[in-house]
Design a protein around this ligand. Structure first.
Ligand code: SIN
Length: 518
C-alpha cells in the first residue's frame, strides 16, 4: 500500500524545517535524502540573515536596496513584504535559541555586505550563521510531535491527478527503489541548481531537480537564466568550492592580483562592495588572466580572522593557506539561482496542490541579482506565510489514482561533462556562440532518451540555456559579451511546458501577486 502524508514537505533546509515547525499543530511529513541539517545549503550559509534591525534602518530602506540590486526585475511588493517581516522572523529564530552575535551593549551585531546601504546582516560567531540556525531548528524539529522526518528519500517525480493537480510525489530510497507518497499538499523546499556548474558553493546534489519536476507537469517557471555567481569562492580545487563570505569585504578585505595590486578600482567605482554580479565579473576576468585573483584580509582583519571568521580560517588552513600571512586565492562559483518555480505571495505555484519555498521558488524577491543574505530571509518569511495559509485549511482529499514517472538518472561521466560545459558556456560571461554550442551539446545528449526519460539535470540545464539565449541583453547575474548593456525595458522571463517544448511568454495574463491582492 502506498504511503500518505497530509502535508508533504520535500527538503530539509531552512525553508522546509521552518515551515514544518510553523505548521504546528498540523501534522506534516518532511522527506530529505540525508539526515536533517546535512546536504542542505542553508547549513553552509556564512553571512547570515538580512533584516532592518538597527534603529537607523527601516524595511523601506531594505526593500529599496533589494530592488536596486535586482537590476529592474525585483517585484517591489515582494521586496517590501520580506523586508517588513524580517525583524519578526529574526525574533522567531532568537526564540528558537539561535545565538546571534551581540554588541557589548547587547544589541544585535550587524554586518555590512555588498549593495546594502547599511550594516544589516544578523550573523552568528562571524561566519557560522547557517550552521547555528540549522542546529537550533533541527533541535526544535526533533522535539516536535507534529513533524515526521523521513530521511533517505528523495523526490524523483510529482504525482498528478486527472485534472493536472499535484497529489504527492514518487519517492526514491537509497537503494534506488521508488514508491508513491500521496499528499493533500506538496511543498517543494529543495534548494538550488548550483550543482549543474563545475564550480559551485552548493551541495553537489543541488541540481534544480524540483524545477524540472514542476516543469514536467506544467508549472509556470521564471528567470532561469539568472544564476548568481559568488565572487569569492576559495580556489583550492575542492568540489563544492568553499566560500569566503562577503562579510570579509564588509570588514575591509581587498581584492588583489598576485603582485599585490588592488584590481577593483579598474573595474568598478564601488569597489569591493559593488553589487555581487559586478564583483564576480571582475574576479572572473582577473582569475582567468595570469594576474590571478586573491582576497587579502591581512591588513584589515589580520589575526582576528581566526576567531571572527572561523569557517573561512579553518578552510584556508586545511588548504595550506594561512590567511594571516598570505592572501586567499579566489574565483567565482555558482552560488544562488534567482529563477525557479513561480509562486504568489503565499507560496502557491500555478498548480493546485503544489507550493514552493526557498531557492527553488521564484517569488520575485531577487530579480536579476539577489541582495546578499536575502535568501535565508526569503526562506523564513515565505515558510511562515505558507504555514499560515495551510495550518487550518481544508485541503482536497487524497487522490490515490494520481501517477508519476521517474526519468533516467544521469551517469556520472555525463554529469561532470555537463557541469564543465555549463561553467564555461553558460557561466559568468555568456554569448550567442557559447550558448548555441551548449544548446547543441545538450540536444545531442537528450536525443539519446525517450522524452519522458530525459534526466532532470539535462532538462533544467536546457531550460537555463534556452532562457539565457533569449535574453539578448546584460542584466544582473546574466552577462552577455555580445550584448553587454541592459535593454531599455526590464522584463522577466516566464515559461512553461507545452507539448514537448517550453513556451516563453512575456508576462502571465495577470501576475500572481495581483491575483492574490485582488
Ligand atoms: C556570503 O556570506 O558571502 C554569502 C551570503 C549570501 O549568499 O547571501
Amino acid at each position: 500500500m502506498s504511503e500518505r502524508a497530509d502535508i508533504l514537505i520535500v527538503g530539509a533546509g531552512l525553508a522546509g524545517l521552518f515551515l514544518a515547525l510553523r505548521l504546528a499543530p498540523r501534522k506534516c511529513t518532511v522527506i530529505c535524502p540525508a539526515p536533517i541539517g546535512q546536504a542542505a545549503s542553508s547549513t553552509w550559509a556564512q553571512g547570515g540573515l538580512a533584516a532592518a534591525l538597527s534603529p537607523d534602518d527601516s524595511p523601506e530602506d531594505h526593500a529599496r536596496d533589494t530592488v536596486l540590486a535586482g537590476d529592474g526585475l525585483v517585484d517591489p511588493v515582494t521586496a517590501q513584504l520580506i523586508a517588513e517581516a524580517g525583524p519578526k522572523r529574526v525574533r522567531d529564530l532568537i526564540a528558537l535559541g539561535v545565538p546571534f552575535d551581540r554588541t557589548p551593549e547587547g544589541a544585535l551585531a550587524l554586518s555590512l555586505e555588498a549593495a546594502h546601504s547599511k550594516p544589516r546582516v544578523a550573523r552568528v560567531a562571524g561566519d557560522l550563521a547557517g550552521k547555528a540556525i540549522m542546529e537550533a531548528i533541527a533541535a526544535a524539529v526533533n522535539a516536535a510531535e507534529h513533524i515526521e522526518i523521513r530521511d533517505g528519500l528523495k523526490a524523483v517525480s510529482l504525482l498528478t491527478g486527472k485534472k493536472g493537480q499535484v497529489a504527492g510525489i514518487l519517492a526514491e530510497n537509497s537503494d534506488g527503489e521508488t514508491a508513491p507518497i500521496h499528499a493533500r499538499e506538496t511543498v517543494f523546499c529543495t534548494g538550488g541548481s548550483g550543482g549543474l556548474f563545475r564550480v559551485t558553493t552548493n551541495p553537489r546534489e543541488s541540481r534544480g531537480d524540483a524545477i524540472a519536476m514542476a516543469y514536467e507537469v506544467g508549472a509556470l517557471l521564471s528567470d532561469l537564466e539568472f544564476i548568481q555567481f559568488h565572487p569569492t569562492a576559495i580556489d583550492i580545487d575542492r568540489d563544492p568550492a568553499p566560500l569566503a563570505t562577503e562579510a570579509l569585504r564588509g570588514e575591509g578585505a581587498r581584492l588583489i592580483n598576485k603582485d599585490g595590486t588592488l584590481f577593483m578600482p579598474r573595474h568598478d567605482p564601488e569597489g569591493e562592495l559593488a553589487p555581487r554580479d559586478r564583483v564576480a565579473r571582475a574576479v572572473h576576468i582577473e582569475a582567468l588572466s595570469d594576474r590571478k585573483a586573491f582576497l587579502d584580509t591581512r591588513e584589515t582583519i589580520g589575526d582576528e580572522i581566526e576567531h571572527h571568521f572561523p569557517t573561512v580560517f579553518a578552510t584556508c588552513m586545511s588548504g595550506g593557506i594561512d590567511p594571516r600571512i598570505a592572501p586567499i586565492p579566489v574565483a567565482p562559483a555558482a552560488h544562488y539561482h534567482m529563477g525557479g518555480i513561480v509562486t504568489d505571495l503565499w507560496g502557491r505555484t500555478t498548480l493546485k496542490g503544489l507550493s514552493a519555498c526557498g531557492e527553488c521558488s521564484s517569488t520575485g524577491a531577487h530579480g536579476a541579482n539577489r541582495l546578499a543574505s536575502n535568501s535565508l530571509l526569503e526562506a523564513v518569511v515565505y515558510a511562515a506565510r505558507i504555514a499560515d495559509r495551510l495550518r487550518d485549511s481544508d485541503l482536497p482529499e487524497f487522490d490515490l489514482d494520481a501517477e508519476g514517472h521517474a526519468p533516467e538518472a544521469l551517469d556520472d561521466e555525463t554529469l561532470q561533462a555537463l557541469r564543465a560545459e555549463m561553467a564555461v558556456s553558460c557561466g559568468v560571461v555568456r554569448s550567442e556562440d557559447s550558448l548555441s554550442n551548449l544548446s547543441e551539446w545538450l540536444d545531442a545528449k537528450m536525443t539519446a532518451y525517450a522524452e519522458a526519460d530525459i534526466p532532470r539535470a539535462l532538462v533544467v540545464s536546457d531550460l537555463i540555456v534556452k532562457s539565457a539565449l533569449r535574453r539578448t541583453e546584460s542584466r544582473g547575474g546574466h552577462f552577455r559579451s555580445d550584448f553587454p548593456t541592459a535593454a531599455a525595458k526590464a522584463e522577466r522571463t516566464f515559461l512553461y511546458k507545452h507539448g514537448v517544448a517550453p513556451v516563453f511568454i512575456d508576462t502571465p495574463d495577470q501576475t500572481l501577486s495581483e491575483k492574490v491582492s485582488a
